[in-house]
Ligand binder design. Structure first.
Ligand code: NAP
Length: 237
């Protein structure tokens, strides 16, 4: 959240953090979201996950006005993404991965892509963005049989399992593009899901942790915020 505030402030975005206190309930958070939805001065709302255990994240995310959904996690916006006609705000981390592919001119159309992880915030929207960009996509998870074999088929391998160092060179086709989404604190150090030193021997492209997908996620959140703000002004001006 510190980095999001820092980047937003540097860009001239008015950033307001609403801290949840210990006694907060789903209903009290829903009231806050309703106030922010109704406020003409608010262009974008981000629900920082995970929420405290007593608060239902699905109800909170669903309560956000889809037109102020900075994360693109509202079911309406995820549904639009699934239909192949995405709204203005795309889920930040997967959008950041797509931007990395675009920036480094990695061919996506027709490529074989494998995503490890099927969470609603990373794995699933990642797969949707890739398939919308005409990749042939396989989603893997903890029950996948022969994970290394499936990963070795990938021209693009996106790893979002939250298992530090689990992907080594035996998972990677020579020349493949490997995007490491994982971020786990191990003895105070931020670790990715990819064994960097092993995979760099075979991969054509490899994103580092830290300094890879993380900053891209924040950049995409800012892009979403700008797009939502512009859209609201077009409607109200
Ligand atoms: P999550 O909700 O815990 O989902 C993890 C996914 O990985 C699940 O689908 C799980 O399968 C799968 N998985 C776990 N262990 C596996 C294994 N051994 N083999 C195959 N699949 C396995 O996590 P998340 O929220 O998607 O986040 C994933 C990672 O990305 C975390 O390290 C998180 O901190 C990081 N992250 C980074 C950013 C960033 O900006 N850089 C943003 C978001 C998340 P099942 O569904 O079968 O359980």
């Amino acid at each position: 959240m510190r980095n999001k505030r820092r980047v937003a402030t540097a860009l001239g975005i008015d950033f307001n953090l609403h801290h949840l206190s210990a006694g907060e309930t789903t209903d009290s958070v829903l009231e806050l979201v309703a106030r922010l939805n109704a406020s003409p001065g608010v262009d974008a709302i981000l629900v920082q996950l995970p929420l405290p255990v007593l608060i239902d994240p699905a109800r909170v995310i669903e309560a956000v006005d889809p037109g102020k959904d900075a994360d693109g996690f509202h079911p309406l916006n995820i549904g639009r993404l699934a239909e192949g006609r995405p709204g203005l705000a795309l889920p930040g981390t997967p959008a950041g991965c797509m931007e990395l592919l675009r920036h480094y001119a990695v061919p996506v159309s027709g490529a074989r892509a494998v995503v490890i992880g099927r969470s609603t915030i990373v794995g699933r929207p990642m797969a949707l963005l890739l398939v919308n960009a005409n990749a042939t996509v396989t989603i893997c998870h903890s029950r996948t049989v022969d994970l290394p074999g499936i990963c070795r088929e990938a021209d693009i391998l996106v790893v979002a399992a939250g298992r530090p160092g689990m992907v080594d060179s035996t998972y990677v086709k020579p020349g493949a593009c490997v995007i490491d989404v994982g971020t786990t604190l191990v003895e105070g150090k931020l670790c990715g899901d990819v064994d960097f030193d092993s995979v760099r021997q075979v991969a054509g492209h490899l994103s580092p942790v830290p300094g890879g997908v993380g900053p891209m996620t924040i950049a995409m959140l800012m892009r979403n915020t700008l797009a939502l703000a512009r859209a609201r002004r077009v409607i109200t001006d």
